[in-house]
Design a protein around this ligand. Sequence first.
Ligand code: ATP
Ligand code: MG
Length: 289
Amino acid sequence: MEPVQTLRIAIQKSGRLTEKTITLLENIGIKFDGYKNRLLVKALNFDVELLLIRDDDIPEYVQDGICDLGVVGANVTLETQADVTVLKDLDFGHCRLSIASPVSRSISSAKELGGKRIATSYPVLTKKYFEKLGLEVKTIKISGAVEITPRLDVADAICDLVSTGSTLKTNGLRELETILHSQSQLIRTNKELPEHKTELINKFLVRIEGQLLAENSRYIMMNAPKESLARITEIIPALNSPTVLPLADPSMIAIHTVIPITKFWEVMEELKAAGATGIVMLPIQNMIN
Ligand code: ATP
Ligand code: MG
């Protein structure tokens, strides 16, 4: 009989994704005893271990089956063109891959960059984008400080990750076009896995979904006149039917429900107009639908 293998998850060793990834794993119940300056960390309470590596290496490690799962930005997975399956968008590490050119040059669109030199850490994605436009560009692969290359006359424009755009501004660059919206994702190897690993992966997926749902939902409570119930039930985009409780004042009821965070202000105003008072919103630790 083959020995039971530990489920191995590749995560970024040290960078923007590291802490959020560890928090996510802890939130779904996987405990670790310190991960800093370590390459391989075993979970305390599951047959799971983390391999801490550079984010650039994660998709290929997962593709080759060295790791079963990985947490990495879509930008990296797409650039490496690794053969993996995206299991879940994780809603952190949001950024965009954009083309930018010096403000000092009168370039107003990426379409004007045909034949020009583009510095980037993402030559595959950059080339693909310009190919779609029917343009050929010369990509120059740079692994860091891409934003400085136009000033050094190494490149005419850049294609780089942006979140707020302040780095571009500081370096006298103007964002012309976004070629990709990215966030962190959970990826899985396409190699066949033993049943105990797929079972564990499915279990974690359910927990991650619950976690993401909880983060994006709020528990709301309010009091309302009994006759407002039908109207209030109409307003709330409830995940479940609301809980209705009697109050000491027989003409009044309390209503409890869960709503998506994006709807909160809109819903709140409508509830107030429908007669709800004392509306309270609470965060949710976790939920399973
Ligand atoms: P490593 O040493 O692991 O290769 P890195 O320098 O390539 O690290 P980080 O800067 O830590 O990577 O970024 C990791 C990921 O965070 C990016 O690939 C991207 O998915 C995401 N990200 C979110 N916002 C930004 C941003 N403003 N700039 C760069 N990456 C961002
Ligand atoms: Mg990297």
